[in-house]
Ligand binder design. Structure first.
Ligand SMILES: Cc1cc2nc3c(=O)[nH]c(=O)nc-3n(C[C@H](O)[C@H](O)[C@H](O)COP(=O)(O)OP(=O)(O)OC[C@H]3O[C@@H](n4cnc5c(N)ncnc54)[C@H](O)[C@@H]3O)c2cc1C
Length: 549
């Protein structure tokens, strides 16, 4: 496989030489370092390597160059290598322009010149970006293959599971020549799809997530009988609980059926999380937090919690495969799930053209298509912008009068700037039609009712808590959100279910030793930062609870 390319661009030969030397010294073994003395030369180089299908990992460009400026080059480079990391080299005087370029050219970072010593000022930034690039990069493929129907919900969930767990795979439509050839070569039966074919020749037909997890080497069985803390869910809240719990010496087990990252993992980019001026994808955040928690000793199981029971001071979590794990304390952080579109045809076409929160997995397969996004909050805006890089056009159907009341201003501004995204206020979906998959939808808008063609409809209209597996002893509000701490008081009196001679801790549920954090908690603020905050605060109360033993 060709080594991925790092391309340095500067019109000053001495500076260019210095950058190239610094890059070679640290990254030469793994990457090929190339150079260009102008923005145009750099674009020509990119076109040539693109023709040879060589991977490009990083573009590091000076800002002030005659002809094409650094920002313009980085912006135009996206047409050829949208996934390469883009870094601008600037003088202090250009810092303001560089910050603007984070939005306009979607640059990932800017570095002030000079960058000496590189060990402090250059390598940490570039290594971080290259780690992110590597996590998403799929080299020429020699591994796992999935054969299925594009419009099948099962196919969609298997692909979604693999990509969210960073398991590289190639997908073949059952009707394609490649699929037919593979089935013949391996003498495989296509009766039950999707079919997952492994490099060793074995295959799994329509596998459950736990079976697939075990086969691709994800952990499904706990290594210990007993833990101090079991965290249910590895979204931002659960991951924060795991990082703080494990780092403070608690034997911590995290139970999560999907890849770490939670809902944030499905969002295209979180742009308002503190400390990430160029935004961070939820998947990256999940991957980083997972590594961090594991480094502190937390253990992760690819399993779904299916029940919770209490026996004296012990708490037991029943897993979907029938096993049980036990602990002193449980932190519930299972988040919420997307609210479904309640229209005729809505259920029938779920996973067959109607998708919930699936932006990242489906975006690439909508290349050149017309896509419809339903919803007017931040999640819908992020998805629309993400699709805009792949699809021909994106139409946002918004029930309200506009986006101002429901969406952050920075997203509204970016939608305004994106020419292939169109917003239709005051419009709702009434019905979905089609044969095998979604083909048309009926809409109602200010101009009346009409039907339109629709191959893919992505729905972001709110969410409900994932708490139906919990016992009745965990008190919830009328919508199913878990009550905790002061919310266990009604008219000033503690709920009768609370039997302890002490007040419940903040974030403690009606069952002592079972804490709750993040979106699933009654009254929570539905934001990544709040979920992270609650997950970490909960651990303080876990210590206080354990101190009472
Ligand atoms: C499309 C979209 C865009 C968003 N954009 C932003 C943004 O830009 N900025 C921002 O601050 N917030 C954003 N949010 C909100 C943010 O993602 C959530 O507030 C945050 O993810 C909540 O974290 P959490 O850990 O409570 O729950 P979640 O992120 O929902 O994570 C819960 C986890 O628990 C797992 N789980 C569920 N049930 C079980 C079970 N029974 N057993 C084991 N595990 C289980 C799930 O698989 C999931 O991984 C966005 C949300 C969406 C949907």
């Amino acid at each position: 496989m060709a080594r991925p390319i790092l391309l340095a661009v500067d019109d000053d030969v001495n500076v260019l030489e210095a950058v190239v030397q610094d890059l070679r010294r640290n990254y030469g073994a793994e990457y090929r370092v190339m150079r260009a003395a102008s923005g145009q030369a750099a674009l020509d180089t990119l076109a040539q390597v693109k023709a040879r299908e060589e991977p490009v990992a990083l573009l590091l460009s000076d800002q002030r160059m005659p002809g094409i400026s650094g920002v313009e080059f980085l912006e135009r480079s996206r047409e050829l290598y949208a996934d390469a990391k883009r870094v601008l080299l600037t003088a202090y005087a250009d810092t303001e322009a560089a910050i603007q370029a984070i939005n306009s050219a979607r640059i990932h970072y800017y570095l002030n010149k000079p960058w000496d010593p590189p060990e402090e000022k250059l390598y940490p930034v570039l290594s971080d970006l290259l780690d992110d690039w590597k996590a998403d990069y799929r080299p020429v493929f020699e591994g796992l293959r999935v054969i299925g129907h594009r419009w099948s919900p099962r196919d969609h969930s298997v692909r979604s599971f693999l990509s969210s767990n960073h398991v590289p795979y190639r997908w073949f439509d059952i009707a394609s020549e490649d699929a037919v050839k593979l089935l013949e070569e391996r003498k495989l039966d296509s009766e039950r799809l999707p079919l997952v074919v492994f490099p060793d020749g074995s295959s799994l037909a329509d596998p459950e997530p736990e079976t697939l997890a075990a086969k691709v080497g994800l952990s499904v069985k706990a290594t210990q009988e007993f833990y101090d803390l079991i965290v249910v869910g590895a979204g931002p809240a659960g991951l924060a609980g795991a990082v703080y719990g494990a780092s403070e010496g608690l034997r911590t087990l995290v139970v999560e059926p999907e890849a770490p990252g939670g809902q944030a993992g499905t969002t295209s980019k979180i742009e308002n999380y503190l400390g990430f001026p160029a935004g961070i994808t939820g998947a990256d955040m999940g991957r980083r937090a997972h590594i961090q928690a594991t480094r502190f000793g937390a253990e992760f199981l690819t399993q779904r919690a299916a029940g919770l029971r209490v026996d004296g001071q012990y708490r037991f979590i029943l897993l979907a495969d029938g096993r049980e794990v036990s602990s002193h304390v449980v932190l519930l952080a299972p988040g919420v799930q997307y609210r479904k579109l309640d229209i005729p045809g809505g259920d029938r076409f779920t996973g067959r053209g109607i998708y919930y929160g699936a932006a990242l997995v489906e975006a690439a397969s909508c290349k050149g298509e017309d896509v419809i996004v339903v919803g007017g909050a931040n999640s819908a805006g992020q998805a629309a912008l993400h699709f805009a890089s792949y699809a021909k056009s994106v139409v946002m159907l918004v029930r309200g009068k506009g986006l101002e009341a429901t969406m952050s201003k920075y997203l509204i501004d970016e939608i305004d700037r994106t020419s292939n995204v169109q917003v239709r206020p005051g419009t709702e979906v009434l019905e979905a039609f089609g044969e095998d998959h979604l083909e048309r939808i009926k809409l109602r808008g200010p101009q009346g009712e009409w039907e339109t063609c629709a191959g893919s409809l992505f729905v972001f209209i709110g969410a409900a808590p994932r708490t139906d597996w919990l016992p009745a002893s965990i008190l919830r509000d009328e919508k199913g959100f878990v009550l905790a701490g002061p919310d266990l008081r009604v008219d000033g009196k503690l709920a009768t279910e609370w039997k302890e001679n002490r007040e419940p801790y903040l974030l403690e549920s009606s069952v002592p030793g079972v804490f709750v954090a993040g979106d699933v908690r009654h009254g929570s603020v539905k934001r990544v930062a709040s979920a992270v905050g609650e997950g970490s605060i909960a651990v303080q109360f876990v210590h206080q609870y354990l101190a009472g033993f």
